[in-house]
Design a protein around this ligand. Structure first.
Ligand SMILES: *Cc1c(COP(=O)(O)O)cnc(C)c1O
Length: 234
């Protein structure tokens, strides 16, 4: 596909996503400005990030460090805010802190310690969201619901890190609206203890409206913007 065709394709998809978000905000009685669109660019090339940036996107998300590090470097001139949204091993903390402004997938004290150490070392402040496993199955990442407050406290006390709020992926097989309602309750208790931690990262291509209805401040949208991803070959 030519660069021009790809641009038209992404522009059309972005317009549709924006219309969906606007409609969801209207339905929820919220202002569009309360919701940040994070374009999840995993598996797509840096050229797509450039197109998105040219179309006004300021926030991009990635889920694998190896890929993200290269892309963030290639796009360093764009001044974008980089969100790391994937499961994260402690041995990748140094690399991720090198480019990520926000890490959405903080789910255990050992990871907090590693991110804190590397942020201090790099002289950076990294915003961290506590990922919540809304089905209490940490297999796909995330702290158990009952452990969320404790992980949030550890982040809040860690040098180099700022507690931003919470993040979740809707569990398979559950109505996302119900799951996101639970996340909203958890977010409220985290915010009661840490007034600056107002971010609720929830909602992907398939459940943006349910997320907005339940207070999401950040939507992480990939497929609806860039198309279906090919299955990952690892
Ligand atoms: C890939 C990914 C997304 C985007 O999902 P889409 O369904 O493609 O919009 C959002 N959040 C996380 C954590 C992801 O890994």
């Amino acid at each position: 596909m030519t660069e021009e065709k790809r641009r038209d394709q992404i522009a059309a998809a972005l317009a549709e996503v924006e219309a969906s978000i606007a409609e969801a905000c209207r339905a929820a009685g919220r202002a569009r400005e309360e919701v940040t669109l994070v374009a999840v660019t995993k598996t797509y090339p840096a050229s797509d990030v450039r197109i998105l940036a040219d179309l006004g996107i300021r926030h991009v998300g990635e889920n694998r460090d190896q890929e993200a590090a290269v892309k963030a470097h290639e796009c360093a001139d764009l001044g974008l805010t980089w969100h790391f949204v994937g499961q994260l091993q402690t041995n990748k903390a140094r690399s991720v802190v090198g480019y990520a402004d926000v890490v959405h997938s903080v789910d255990r004290p050992r990871l907090v310690e590693a991110l804190s150490r590397e942020a201090v070392r790099a002289g950076r402040e990294v915003t961290c969201l506590v990922q919540v496993a809304l089905d209490d199955d940490p297999g796909r990442g995330g702290a158990r619901q009952a452990d969320t407050a404790a992980v949030a406290d550890v982040v809040a006390g860690a040098p180099g890190l700022r507690l931003g709020g919470v993040m979740a992926v809707a569990p398979l097989g559950e109505d996302p609206a119900r799951a996101f309602a639970r996340l909203r309750d958890i977010a409220e208790s985290v915010r009661a203890a840490h007034p600056g931690a107002g971010i609720i990262s929830a909602g992907m291509s398939g459940d943006m409206a349910e997320a907005v209805a339940n207070g999401a401040t950040h939507l992480r949208v990939g497929t609806a913007l860039l198309g279906r991803r090919k299955p990952l070959v690892r």
